[in-house]
Design a protein around this ligand. Structure first.
Ligand SMILES: Nc1ncnc2c1ncn2[C@@H]1O[C@H](COP(=O)(O)OP(=O)(O)O)[C@@H](O)[C@H]1O
Ligand SMILES: [Mg+2]
Length: 302
């Protein structure tokens, strides 16, 4: 772990990570001469298969930039990003497209990321067709995907505008899941949703993780969600990791002054919201019968 960390070594950090980021530097082209402005400074992160690592920090601290570096959406100025031991730092073109089978993303605003002019079925089929799935298998796969995110099959013929924000985020999650990736970068996936819907979407993400073993890089500023949802957390201050550790330990007993300030600034627990969240969690837990979440069928394991 970084020498700058308040916790010198995170005992929960994985020994053989799925995602490993070392000394990451990202600079945006800007006025500060030709060198640009460095916004990520020597970041180290490790994420195990099937694990949820939360990345928290104030707005502008660089969370999205790190997620985008993993996704190949911003140029990396220095350091190294590995997926299962393979260097993906500067993967472009065909290699980057092939990586879509392993790394996917869910963003804050699903309405922005879903094409309003095409049906949900076409949107969800696109990654499957691009990956070469035979046409006759696509329909069955789409129905199972919708079932897994608890949307009705008739959603396939409808358009994004016909759904609520929470349902659109379920569609975006289904699309991310279509190729059964090993890692999903979730950038503020619930920040645009009301609290009850937030809880239900987090519940769904957890359920899918248990079923598929997918790892999440979970970018958020919601510390309450981090404590409930993430295994570990890394705290980012102005492009530097200042603290990492198990999420409960860090949220309940923050060591770095910046983390303490973040925890202190988190919304005071509101009994009404807490009741709503609990009710939503219970409803989600009681919702689908276990039989509806059947194990992956042979062709979905491809
Ligand atoms: N495309 C961009 N061009 C220039 N600067 C950017 C760009 N995107 C983000 N930044 C800057 O990089 C820093 C980190 O931003 P970002 O990663 O979006 O933070 P966060 O997601 O934590 O709010 C901020 O200072 C922001 O202004
Ligand atoms: Mg952001």
């Amino acid at each position: 772990m970084s020498a700058r960390s308040a916790r010198p070594a995170d005992p929960a950090a994985p020994a053989a990570p799925l995602l490993s980021i070392r000394e990451l530097e990202v600079a945006y082209a800007g006025r500060a001469r030709a060198r640009g402005r460095t916004v990520i400074h020597g970041v180290d992160l490790d994420l195990a298969a099937g694990e949820t690592l939360a990345l928290v920090g104030e707005s502008g601290s660089g969370k999205t930039t790190i997620g985008n570096a993993v996704l190949g959406l911003v140029p990396v100025a220095g350091g190294r990003i590995e997926l299962a031991g393979r260097d993906i730092t500067r993967l472009r073109g065909r290699g980057r497209r092939a990586l879509a089978r392993e790394v996917q993303a869910v963003f804050q605003n699903p309405y922005g990321s879903l094409n309003p002019w095409i049906t949900v079925g076409t949107t969800l089929a696109e990654p499957l067709r691009a990956a070469g799935m035979p046409r006759e298998q696509v329909r069955g796969r789409l129905e199972r995907l919708l079932d897994r995110v608890h949307l009705p099959t008739d959603a396939l013929t409808r358009y994004p505008a016909e759904f609520s924000g929470g349902q659109r985020q379920r569609i975006a999650i289904a699309r991310a899941l279509a190729l059964e990736p090993r890692l999903i970068v979730c950038d503020e996936p619930t920040s645009a949703l009301d609290v009850v819907t937030q809880a239900a979407v987090l519940e769904l993400l957890q359920e899918l993780q248990a079923e598929f073993g997918v790892a999440y890089l979970f970018i958020t500023h919601d510390l309450a969600a981090v404590r409930e949802f993430a295994d570990r957390v890394a705290v980012l201050e102005a492009g530097r990791i200042v603290e990492t550790g198990p999420s409960r330990t860090v949220c309940d007993a923050p060591e770095h002054p910046y983390t303490r300030r973040l925890v202190a600034a988190a919304p005071v627990p509101d009994p009404v919201l807490q009741r709503q969240r609990r009710a939503a969690r219970l409803a989600a837990a009681a919702g689908p019968t276990p039989g509806a979440l059947s194990p992956a069928t042979p062709d979905s394991a491809a």
